[in-house]
Design a protein. Sequence first.
Length: 723
Amino acid sequence: MTQSDATADVAPESVDTALLDVVRDCGASRGLLYVLPRNGDALWLVALTGAPREMAVPWTRVGVADSLPVADAVRSGRLVWISDMEDMARRYPRTSLVLPYAFALAAAPLAARGSVVGGLVLLWPAAHPPRLSGTERAVIDAGCRRLGRRLHEAADRNALPPPGEPRILPHPSRASALRAEGSEQAAFIARLPGGACALDDTGRFTFVTPEAARLLGADADTLLGALPWEALPWMDVPEIEDSYRSTLVSERPTTFSAVRPPDTRLVFALYPDPSGISVRITRSDPRDELSPSPASSHTAPADPAGTTEPAVRGPSRAGSLYHLMHMAATLTEALGVQDVVDQAADQLMPALGATAMAVMAPRGGRLRILGHRGYDAELMERFDHMPLNAHTPAVRVMETGSPHFFRGFDELRRSYPEAVHFDDKTSWAFLPLIASGRAVGSLVLAYDRPRHFPPTERAVITALAGLVGQALERGRLYDTQFAVAHQLQAALLPRHLPSLPGLRVTARYRPAGHGVEVGGDFYDLIRLNDTTVAAAIGDVQGHDIDAAALMGQVRTAVHSQAAAGASPGDVLGRTNRLLVGLDPGRFASCLYAHLDLGRRGLCLASAGHPPAVLRHADGHTEVLSPPPGLLLGIDDQADYQAAEFPLHPGCVLVLYTDGLIERPGVDLDDAVRTLAELIARTDPEDPDAMADTLVRHAFAPADDVALLIVHLNGATSGQAGGG
């Protein structure tokens, strides 16, 4: 299915309509719709209302683990409310950096049939009360349910649109049309002093009076459909676009002044509503400069050019600056090398207008491509493993530490005669990636249209490449440390789970994203004889080397006691005394299960661990809660009681750690019931698919997740699998 086919299947008649309905009915001024692909770790923006696409560039892709309102809403399963810009700055400083305007915001998860399928973001003007009304909340809840169903249906049909540019939808405007005839409207406006024009919700001219065109020094026909800072080079300064953005988001009237070269000072008064902005333009009275209206924001940017020559376009507008500031902030949070490449591509390419990007670094005497965006994979293979002595711009900028800019291929070939034009790109910027005073790689930005790279743009691009270089060095260090931590964690968990006739077993371990830290969760399966097996799962307090070492000791103790034939209660009791004797200053939970396949019986003992869930052959589930026991490592006299439960052919025993079910604000018993309901809906004949489904249930866990699934099928099983 092509992107256009998928979008047509999902959006125009169902999803887009539902989005516009909730925006209109709750009185919001803007709406953004995100989808979460199955097995995905990021939300993708697919539609927005009443705003230019470029304003949404920093949030086109939002990682589920990111510190952003919509990500927090999806992770927690609850609505996130931001009452004003101070609340935003306090809770989400990175978002506040890119949207430093007055507005209120709500972010809500979209879910259906127990799975999260996306997120919804709504914005209100600054005048919105500090709390949502009951009516607004009811409208949002109903709209989220409807959108969730629509997206879930689309996912079932594999009709969700692939990542791409979001659709821009017209705002369901509250404004009513004037009753006067068109000529009467024009006559009315013409009689007013000054000029008048209108901008739609994407910032483009939709109406310009002759007097406005005269004051702006341009022909009305050339202005219609254009952005002010594109049609009028002297308006291409951050303050002007920033005033527009502030008016659009906050829906507050704004006044600013600007100089039309050479010396004509104009005053712009902006009056917004959800459908766009009306603008009144007048010549400035010098006396007004001394007493600006206290009800307006008033900025008077200096003449950017100081001449009648058109200013050369570069990344100087407010939008570009905010995107670049956002990129600097996100790069400081990037973890591995691939994360650095993705973040740089997400932010750098839209802000600078590039259509392709590649990041390279030396490895083993050759220049390796670490990641790319917008380039064909086959083309990248041509340049991967390039010798470091090759005469190419990517190698040269790394050797010299100086960037190279090429406005066309002829210019590039004059410097590199052996260069071959493999694609349709027309301009290139090759940049060294510098960290700690040395080049750690190179970056190329490519453009579909000719680019002149004025000095200001070259300075900005070069500075940004420096940020990418520093982030790349941190990413390489992180990847190295993560690999070591991962190897340590893997060494402490069983490499293989034993096989036993009549059982199919699978396991999963998923860290919570604690960087390079290691966790204390563990699982184990111990074959006792041909008809009995023991299963154990536990969680040691902490996420460091000491926790991992203690986890290894606890798992070894449980394994040895089980292999020696101890009863479930004695396995935990003896392990507890060992742990108290070690005096590690940490505690551990553990759930131990003894399965007797001959008698079809299960014996469980718990040391402060979440209960097991048993799925019966008919599909109903049962939460198995043995008598609660004290956490291991607290009291050497603690006693652990066991409880017995019947086992029947076709049942599935699910053991897990609390990272699978814990969520902020969710009661633990409710979380266990939700998990049991999810287990009831999964296919018991495929433990691996069941494990994947349950791990997705905890797609952004606050703690590590360990999972052990034992399926009693009554027939000889194959080799048990591990995850």
